[in-house]
Design a binder for this molecule. Structure first.
Ligand SMILES: [Zn+2]
Length: 137
């Protein structure tokens, strides 16, 4: 049986570290959608307008040709990832799984807020286009 090890800080105080081994299965990678690659060179998560792309045809061509791609950081190019399998968990494992998901969600929220602050302060890694804000922000 495949298993996955999870580590998180126990809610609600987030001071006690919990380690658990849970039943797991392979799924299409959530990081790349099964492509095996992602944008590198600081371009991941950035958005470019059609005007910006048209101002730099060489960049546009390289971008769409995949010159800035690198192996996915989630799956290392394997296109699948090991994920917890809730359908095969005991009650105790399921409780750990739910705590871990909650912890990951709260951490992702913090990462997003940090990234927004970084973009607002520093702008795009390509120095010609200035700060870029995601849609709806
Ligand atoms: Zn991937």
């Amino acid at each position: 049986m495949r298993t996955i090890k999870i580590v998180y800080l126990w809610p609600p105080s987030f001071t006690l570290e919990v380690t658990a081994t849970l039943p797991a299965r392979f799924e299409v990678c959530s990081g790349c959608g099964g492509e095996g690659t992602e944008l590198g060179y600081g371009l991941k998560g950035l958005a470019f307008s059609a005007e910006q792309m048209n101002e730099d045809p060489d960049f546009r061509e390289s971008y769409f040709r995949g010159d800035f791609d690198r192996p996915c950081s989630t799956c290392s190019g394997r296109r699948v990832e090991l994920v917890p399998d809730a359908g095969r968990m005991t009650f105790r494992e399921l409780r750990r799984f739910k705590e871990w998901k909650r912890y990951k969600c709260e951490c992702a929220h913090d990462d997003y807020a940090d990234k927004m602050t970084q973009w607002q302060e520093s702008g795009c890694p390509r120095d010609d286009c200035g700060p870029i804000y995601p849609e709806g922000y």
